[in-house]
Design a protein around this ligand. Structure first.
Ligand code: GDP
Length: 526
């Protein structure tokens, strides 16, 4: 198969959702459709606690969550689908955000009883940075949930994206009967008790088909017809262009637990979601079907497999093809490396791959030489852009239990920050060391790794920082003046960039008003 064809059939996406909306359950069903598992319920998820042995894995097990984030590849209806897992519960971290820079589309899962929740809002903001196309699955229709039109209104208002319902539910909770597909003009009937297998479904063609009245009951059929009139008036029609521009989202209803409606969504993903997209680099735009391989690292994970105490760098291939033994240039260092043992993540199993194509993710073994954001090419001098650091929202002061280990602490933290495990800030006004994170577990991971890998024993203390912004100015004089005035709130991050640490949101707002020439940025390009 040509490179062109390989690229065209790839769909690389991630799921964005608030914890408990059903991401893990949907992932299981997707793998069921991908024929990767015989029976759903076997994905290593936050509850299975299958793997243990290393301290870190022990920590995962205790908390019943998985630090290990996987990439899963599966075939579906002629496409090759890559699903990048986004850590969601306490293991929520910057990796979750950065993974979204490595996908071409995203699936938003909404709990139909809860509507748009806070985490989803944040993740959507990240998707907006690249106008990533979004599909929406409204989940848990087997429960008593909110009215569909109300949920769509909320999505449109809060997330500022147009909704185009592709399916519409008939009933809910105990009386959930199925969904009507607006594009196919077909009703699919729901049967309970088929959550663990690919369902045998009954379809009824046509909205006015008397069979529909018979199957779901005349009242429900009539209610569906009436509601659809309202829905068609109140919502948008599906428009591929607007979807691809990230302005409109096709919406599917169903129940992940009952394995119903997930296949409609997957069909939509394969049919409409974009194949690997061109990507911006410093010198030019790189097309996905260029023959030479390029890629960038969006995540580094340590100790994934207790048997190998190495780190794995996750690389998104942006063009060309990986072949075992390929020679690549790590652009930041200028060094050439031969890659003979890249990993792929077939349903979470680590496997050596022979080849992989643009849109795929491969894992590179790495002993601390690779950093987040590193670009690899077959020799060309270019760097992919748009792989940012995100302003942390949680802060702790690091206190050494052994004050003589200060040098190791700085070294360890600088390296862990480069790897993306945390962010570190050194205030200008004192010798504090402040860690920043977007998820609480990041702090524990850092403490465990400092101890295990750098022999540094530390603890945390609260610190009065509410939020951080990277600061920039057009010219150096302005910057120097600001540095004098705001000295007590400024810090350098691990890479040496000036950062404003605001004790309160109000303080940040005042600082922004007082210094209109200074840019306060929520992201920093790597
Ligand atoms: P995650 O935190 O987003 O990964 O959510 P999970 O997939 O772990 O689901 C959270 C809880 O909701 C679990 O107890 C699931 O069994 C349950 N759940 C997921 N989907 C459905 C659904 O369609 N209907 C019902 N009733 N429960 C669901």
């Amino acid at each position: 198969m040509s490179l062109q064809d390989q690229v065209a059939k790839r769909r690389t996406f991630a799921i964005i959702s608030h914890p408990d909306a059903g991401k893990t359950t949907i992932t299981e069903k997707l793998l069921l459709y991908g024929n990767l598992i015989q029976s759903a319920g076997t994905v290593k998820g936050k509850k299975s606690g299958k793997h243990a042995t290393s301290d870190w894995m022990e920590m995962e097990k205790e908390r019943g969550i998985s630090v290990t984030t996987s990439v899963m590849q599966f075939p579906y209806k002629g496409a090759t689908v890559n699903l990048l897992d986004t850590p969601g519960h306490a293991d929520f971290s910057e990796d979750t955000y950065r993974t979204l820079t490595a996908v071409d589309s995203a699936l938003m899962v909404i709990d139909a009883a809860k509507g748009v929740e806070e985490r989803t809002v944040k993740l959507m903001e990240v998707c907006r940075l690249r106008d990533t196309p979004i599909l929406t699955f409204i989940n848990k229709l087997d429960r008593d949930v909110r009215d569909g039109i109300e949920v769509l209104d909320e999505i449109e208002d809060v997330l500022n994206i147009e909704c185009a319902p592709i399916t519409w539910p008939i009933g809910m909770g105990k009386t959930f009967k199925g969904v009507y597909n607006l594009l196919r003009d077909t009703t699919v009937l729901y049967k309970t008790g088929q959550g663990h297998t690919v369902q045998d479904v009954r379809e009824i063609k046509g909205l006015n088909n008397p069979e529909l009245d018979e199957a779901v009951g005349a009242d429900y059929a009539q209610e569906l017809r009436d509601t659809l009139e309202l829905v068609q008036g109140a919502s948008h029609e599906f428009d591929l262009e607007r979807f691809l521009a990230g302005k409109l989202t096709p919406v599917f209803f169903g129940t992940a637990l009952g394995n119903f409606g997930v296949d409609h969504m997957l069909d939509g993903l394969v049919e409409w979601a974009p194949a690997p997209q061109p990507r911006d680099a410093t010198s030019r735009i790189v097309a996905a079907n260029e023959p030479k391989m390029t890629g960038f690292v969006f995540k580094i994970q340590a100790n994934m497999d207790p048997k190998h105490r190495d780190r794995v760098a996750f690389m998104r291939i942006c063009s060309g093809k990986y072949q075992k033994g390929i020679k690549l240039k790590q652009v930041r260092t200028g060094k050439d490396v031969r890659i003979a043992d890249a990993l792929t993540f077939l349903a979470g199993e680590r496997d050596n791959v022979e080849e992989a194509f643009s849109g795929d993710i491969i894992g590179l073994h790495n002993h601390g030489t690779i950093q987040i954001g590193d670009t690899f090419t077959e020799g060309e001098e270019l760097n992919f852009t748009g792989i940012p650091h995100f302003a942390p929202e949680l802060f702790q002061r690091v206190v050494l239990n052994d004050p003589l280990k200060s040098k190791q602490l700085h070294k360890g933290l600088t390296q862990l920050a480069e790897e993306g495990a945390t962010q570190v800030f050194f205030p200008l006004r004192n010798n504090d060391v402040i860690l920043g994170a977007v998820g609480t577990l990041q702090f524990d991971v850092v403490a465990a790794r400092l101890k295990g890998e750098y022999g540094v024993d530390c603890r945390y203390e609260p610190v009065s920082v509410a939020t951080a912004r990277w600061v920039e100015a057009k010219d150096d004089r302005e910057m120097a003046a600001f540095e004098r005035k705001a000295h007590d709130n400024l810090a350098r991050d691990g890479a040496g960039h000036l950062t404003y640490l605001a004790p309160t949101r109000v303080n940040l707002q005042l600082a922004q008003e007082r210094h209109p020439d200074i840019q306060f940025r929520e992201t920093r390009e790597i």
